[in-house]
Design a protein around this ligand. Structure first.
Ligand code: BES
Ligand code: MN
Ligand code: MN
Length: 464
């Protein structure tokens, strides 16, 4: 068997166009998990992924949710007894496409422009997890076998809470998902041509504040001055979440469990050629701002944050309407870092908001779905093999952390107890969750080739 993987890499080259057309078909399915109007499409998408796996040569099936959520897609090939087993994770659901009018091509009609494919899900996460699957498919097609065993678990609710997979992994998946390492498809490289080994993901606590005042909207002249205005009260609360000058979060106890950045992280991040000015310009802001004492990379990767995501209530239509609103609301997310705990932060937030609630209104705090933060291994035989495989295609990966969240990763880490690697090859300008999401085709094919190299390398790696 080839140790350079050249046989399979040649096939990938020959079949480029077929892969692309199949990916386009996948991207045409509007599998928006958060919006019930798309339920049939999400279910159809799950079936499509089962077929993709079967066509690749895996044994595949749906695993229905015990709690009424969207099914998981499971596939495996276990013809290499005595060899390591890798579990691949991805998600087949996507974010909503709005604001639709800002898309240059319709979000669910994939458009190849130059060396990029544009569509909702192109990078997050259909294109990426499809590339992982295609690497396996190409190996099976070329050789009739794999050098190691593989399992795939692709969920349909990552963008809307991931409850189905979380229940499944924590309650009944121990044996089915037993493996020597997990590969996650759902992330990005540090820069074009510069792959990364992401060893930290943030957690997420997502809260909603509702402030209720008078029993109806009031004339703001006749009644103004007599009662607490719920939107003024809300602004007061939100204004006390962070110190405007230092950027520090003011919730008592919030920083108690935060792991401080380590010296090696500080010096490795500082050595990147990160261009603050270009970053600032690309985002179109007059200046960057964040927590005092930390660089931009440190703020986004290793420091917890607290941000208002939406604020609503009162009159927001055209022109002026003099009204004192009956209620107001805000959605606030906190990105958590190790060793902060989701439940504890939800509790601290709720207690703090209640404690600063202005008089004369009722304040209600609720929490939405979230996830725990996680730190992953930066060393070991599987990490080495992945570093080498990515170096075969691009160059040696840099070790970075990430401000985004993939809630199931911390559950995998605690339940499965094996190394977890984030092998993403998206780019930071892929516009995930934004209009005009895209994937660079060079990264798509490079990702397939890197996984082929990695699986061949793992066949001769002592994994534990
Ligand atoms: N793939 C992203 C997370 C991500 C983004 C990882 C960029 C690495 C680089 C994932 O699909 C996502 O959007 N996660 C949500 C989680 C939430 C819905 C619980 C997030 O981070 O907002
Ligand atoms: Mn994703
Ligand atoms: Mn996402």
């Amino acid at each position: 068997m080839s140790t350079t993987s050249q046989d399979v890499l040649d096939r990938v080259e020959r079949e480029r166009q077929d892969y692309l057309e199949e990916l386009e078909e996948y991207l045409r399915i509007p599998s928006i998990s958060t919006d019930p109007a798309f339920k049939d499409d999400v279910l159809r998408c799950a079936g499509f992924v089962v077929d993709l796996m079967k066509d690749a040569g895996l044994e595949a099936r749906l695993i229905d949710s015990a709690h009424g959520g969207y099914p998981l897609v499971y596939g495996e090939w276990s013809g290499a007894p005595g060899k390591p087993t890798i579990l691949f994770y991805g998600h087949y659901d996507v974010q909503p496409a709005d604001p639709i009018e800002l898309w240059e091509h319709p979000p669910f009609e994939p458009a190849v422009v130059g060396d990029r494919i544009y569509a909702r899900g192109a990078t997050d996460d259909k294109g990426q997890s499809f590339a992982h699957l295609k690497a396996v498919a190409a190996m099976l097609a070329e050789r009739g076998s794999l050098p190691i065993n593989v399992k795939f678990i692709i969920e349909g609710e990552e963008e809307s809470g991931g409850e189905t997979i979380d229940h499944f992994v924590s309650e009944d998946a121990g044996e089915l998902l037993a493996c020597d390492a997990v590969f996650i498809s759902d992330s990005a490289m540090y820069a074009p041509g510069q792959p990364s080994l992401i060893y930290g993901l943030k957690g997420l606590a997502y809260m909603e504040i509702k402030v209720t005042g008078p029993n109806r909207d009031l004339h703001s002249g006749s009644f103004g001055g007599a009662v607490t205005n719920p939107l003024n009260a809300l602004a007061q609360i939100v204004g006390q979440l962070r110190d405007a000058k230092t950027g520090r979060i003011l919730i008592p106890g919030f920083y108690d469990d935060v792991l401080e950045i380590e010296d090696w992280e500080r010096s490795e991040f500082a050595a990147f050629d990160f261009d603050e000015e270009a970053y600032r310009g690309e985002l179109g802001v007059p200046e960057l701002f964040g927590e005092e004492g930390y660089t931009t990379l440190e703020r986004t990767w290793v420091r917890p944050t607290c941000d208002v995501n939406g604020i609503f209530g009162g009159y927001a239509g055209h022109g002026a309407k003099t009204v004192l609103p009956a209620w107001g609301g805000a959605k606030v997310s906190m990105r958590l870092v190790p060793d902060q705990d989701l439940e504890k932060i939800e509790r601290l937030f709720t207690e703090y908001v209640q404690s600063i609630a202005p008089q004369g209104v009722e304040v209600e705090v609720t929490s939405h779905h979230g996830g725990q933060p996680v730190l992953l291994a930066t060393e070991g035989p599987v990490v080495d093999a992945a570093m080498a495989a990515m170096e075969d295609i691009w160059q040696r990966p840099v070790r970075v952390r990430e401000g985004g969240s993939i809630p199931i990763v911390s559950t995998f880490s605690s339940v499965l107890g094996v190394p977890i690697l984030l092998l993403g090859f998206g780019l930071s300008d892929d516009c995930l969750h934004s209009p005009n999401e895209k994937l660079d085709l060079g990264n798509f094919y490079g990702g397939i080739r890197a996984v082929v190299r990695l699986l061949d390398r793992l066949a001769t790696t002592q994994v534990s």
